[in-house]
Design a protein around this ligand. Sequence first.
Ligand SMILES: [Cu+2]
Length: 206
Amino acid sequence: MNGRRVARLLAPVLLAATGAVSGAQIQATVTGADGKPVTQAVVTLKPTGNSPVPEGNPKSVVMDQVDKEFVPLVVPVQAGGAVSFPNKDNIRHHVYSFSAPKTFELKLYSGVPSKPVVFDKPGVITLGCNIHDWMVGYLFVTDTPWFGKTGADGSVSIDAPPGEYTVRVWHPWSSAMAEQKVRTDAAPAKLAFRLSVVPPPVPARK
Ligand SMILES: [Cu+2]
């Protein structure tokens, strides 16, 4: 038996083992009032009651600037995590935030700023650029290690230990958050959310 065949035979066993360790999966699907999938919605899980939220291990994430836009529109990051703001354009940007959880500015720069910015407090950070008024992006700083962002199909899967959670959905184009409680065990839990999402008018570029 060659090594590749052994690997093939072992693969399902390994998958089963990692599945048991990671706990239950929550699959959330977000649709708008029109029934269409809502992409770039941030879904967070917080244990109900007094269950402690582990600090986890906040990952570093990236918010690009491409063709004078923030890409993607929304980047979730766990509190304590760092965000880098690489500029992929051949002109300079000047990124700033006036939002309460973190004010900062990265003065006129090209390429990748030498230091990423660390976000310690949960909340929404609205990003702008001093040079290009139409540029807007959002960081959603979470107070939980269990979160994700919906894809083009409006859905996201999040692994979390079995337990009872409050599941919240946030999107920059919705004034309200949607919320549901769910109890998970070994089986995946499927949740459907409706969120009224109103795209802002497309701003004029100078
Ligand atoms: Cu700019």
